[in-house]
Design a protein around this ligand. Structure first.
Ligand code: GLY
Length: 425
């Protein structure tokens, strides 16, 4: 089977790497892919949102399975365009993808599905939103309704900051039309965990949970980013917790989407808050998480392709993937200044010196005459496996220190909170 991976980040590098290990795969193409995927697969030169171009490519190259990475391609309607051709697509239609592309839709869907989520109000004009906050005199999480490349959720500390955040999104339009409508959400306390699952319309097969780190700096300080790293498994979210979350969150949501005529096929990602009052859903993503995919896929002991194919065919019944008992820790190496302004074009050294069992998934690199150059804010996710989180973490940071480029920066506290946790079973 020929496979097309849509996207260009570290998540898609990890998907490409895993697809290439499959004996079922004759060729792996990427759209557009990256400098790193060019060296292991075939980059098509097509942008992820070039729906017509990808549809032609899929037909011409006889692609058997298209795997959609980024939300922009979901929202561009790639699965809608490819689905009727009878070719397999792993990734939801645009309508099912509203679970990510409209926060207000996701909230009302959760109400219909009986899924626990923080209370919320939707506003379409800033004056009413601000009146509401002034009346309540407390802080709310402020979320742009639409897709905002990870920049649409602001977490103020008090009512005044909440008013400022409303202005930032709705008046200063930092994320454009994505914030023409906003959601004000109750702030809740707890620990965040990401739970991804394969969904075939009806059935749900959970992947191991992971944690990601969204803030730029240690101790969860600094601005929100696209993700600075992560780890899996998660000591405070065990197999029973996963089973419960499938039963109370993922399956009910999939069932309602199916009943409403917009069945979900692909990876469904739930961002969960585990607090004293149980598990509540903060957000859904209509795709694999980034960097969650980079830390979870290396732990998959099975071939990924039959799993994605089964989900795309609507045949996940009886599918139970095997997972390595090893833990993984992923550290994002970023350009100084990210997520603000940063310089690129610097040579990256040390990639050839990584220990076995350590993977460098590229997010923002380009090919230079003497090797890779930096080409983005997030440059690499370096992922290490180990027999415990502590071992994976040590290995990850040991290898992080082998890589250098001008202005390299990373968080140093990833998975630190797991060091006191019980050993892996
Ligand atoms: N790690 C969060 C996301 O992929 O959006």
């Amino acid at each position: 089977m020929k496979v097309l991976i849509v996207g260009s980040g570290a998540r898609e590098h990890a998907l490409t790497w895993k697809a290439l290990q499959s004996p079922l795969t004759d060729a792996v193409y990427c759209a557009p892919g990256s400098a790193a995927t060019a060296s292991i697969a075939i980059n098509s030169g097509l942008q992820a949102t070039d729906v017509e171009g990808i549809a032609r490519f899929v037909a011409e190259r006889d692609i058997g399975l298209t795997v959609i990475g980024p939300e922009a391609a979901v929202d561009a309607g790639l699965a809608d365009r490819l689905g009727p051709s009878g070719r397999l697509v792993f990734g939801p239609t645009r309508a099912a993808g509203r679970i990510e592309s409209s926060k207000a839709f996701a909230k009302s869907l959760m109400a219909r599905a009986g899924v626990a989520t923080p209370a919320y109000r939707v506003f379409e004009d800033p004056a009413s939103a601000k009146d509401y906050v002034r009346g309540e005199r407390r802080a709310f999480v402020v979320k742009a309704d639409g897709l905002a490349k990870g920049k649409g959720t602001l977490v103020p500390r008090d009512a005044d900051e909440t008013l400022e955040c409303i202005d930032t999104l709705m008046l200063r339009k930092t994320v454009g039309a994505a914030a023409d409508r906003i959601v004000l959400e109750e702030k809740i306390e707890g620990r965040e965990v990401s739970l991804m699952a394969l969904v075939d319309g009806e059935r749900v097969v959970a992947l191991p949970p992971a944690c990601d780190y969204k803030r730029a700096l240690d101790d969860d300080k600094g601005p929100n980013t696209g993700g600075m790293g992560g780890y899996s498994p998660v000591s405070f979210f065990n197999e029973d917790d996963v089973t419960r979350a499938v039963d109370t969150v993922l399956r009910p949501v999939a069932r309602v989407l199916q009943e409403e005529g917009t069945p979900y096929r692909g990876c469904l990602y739930a961002g969960l808050m585990v607090g004293s009052s149980g598990v509540q859903v903060l957000e859904f993503n209509a795709r694999f998480g980034d960097p969650e995919a980079q830390v979870v896929l290396p732990r998959l002991a099975d071939d990924l392709m039959p799993l994605l194919e089964a989900a795309a065919r609507g045949e996940l019944g009886g599918v139970k993937p095997s997972w390595s008992r090893q833990a993984s820790v992923g550290v994002v190496l970023a350009s100084r200044g990210y997520p603000g302004t940063y310089q690129t074009g610097y040579p990256i050294s040390g990639l050839g010196t990584l220990e076995p069992g350590v993977f460098a998934f590229h997010a923002g690199t380009s090919a230079g005459a003497g090797g890779y150059l930096t080409a983005g804010g997030r440059v690499l996710t370096l992922v290490a496996l180990g027999d415990s989180i502590a071992e994976a973490r040590d290995r990850a940071y040991r290898n992080v220190d082998r890589i250098s480029f001008h202005g390299v920066t990373c968080r140093r506290d990833l998975a630190l909170r797991e060091l006191g946790a019980p050993a892996l079973p």
